[in-house]
Ligand binder design. Structure first.
Ligand SMILES: COc1nc(N)nc2c1ncn2[C@H]1C[C@H](O)[C@@H](COP(=O)(O)OP(=O)(O)OP(=O)(O)O)O1
Length: 167
């Protein structure tokens, strides 16, 4: 799978905007907004484009706050293997509206719907909500859904890699 981005808008009350995925990878799960990078894009350009496509918020690349680098591994089906950069966003233009891909909803940071999210989200999202900047590997089980293993470390000063030109 091509490299991805994931963006979590955070409003002035500290609420997090999630979207319920209507189709594709992770369908029916709540998640941040993002998707696969397109040829010639930077990670930040991908994050800005996907945010607009999925909930119609308009972001400036410079406003994206990089908080995590994740390496998602699926030993049972390596075609799903991918990396992703995760951003918080506190400043945007426009109004949140649904798209054909996501049904958006604001959640209190202390009551995110982890039961209806990717299973590892309940491990790493609390880390970034507490202010940590992390890099991690998440290894999924044979069902490509349960967690076999995770490994996270603090990486202050995290920066995006150059986009590989091999995907
Ligand atoms: C496997 O664990 C994951 N956890 C979380 N929280 N988010 C994940 C995981 N794996 C992928 N993601 C994110 C990364 C992207 O934001 C989306 C997947 O993007 P998608 O496949 O929908 O990409 P698009 O380019 O939007 O899709 P189309 O090809 O349908 O346009 O999930």
């Amino acid at each position: 799978m091509r490299p991805t981005t994931l963006c979590f808008p955070v409003n002035a009350q500290g609420q997090i905007l999630l979207g319920r995925k209507k189709r594709g990878f992770g369908v029916s799960k709540w998640n941040g907004f993002g998707g696969k990078i397109e040829r010639g894009e930077t990670f930040r350009a991908c994050a800005v484009r996907e945010l607009y496509e999925e909930c119609h918020l308009i972001a400036d690349e410079a406003a994206l706050q990089l908080v995590a680098y994740l390496d998602f591994r699926f030993p049972a089906d390596s075609a799903y293997n991918h990396i992703g950069y995760v951003y918080f966003l506190h400043d945007w233009k426009g109004t949140v509206t649904a798209s054909d891909e996501m049904e958006p909803c604001w959640f209190s940071a202390s009551s995110l719907p982890y039961d209806e999210m990717w299973k590892a989200d309940g491990i790493w999202i609390p880390m970034i909500l507490s202010g940590r900047i992390i890099s991690g590997t998440i290894v999924f089980g044979d069902d490509n859904d349960s967690i076999a293993h995770t490994d996270f470390s603090d990486t202050p000063g995290l920066l995006e890699q150059t986009v590989p030109d091999t995907f």
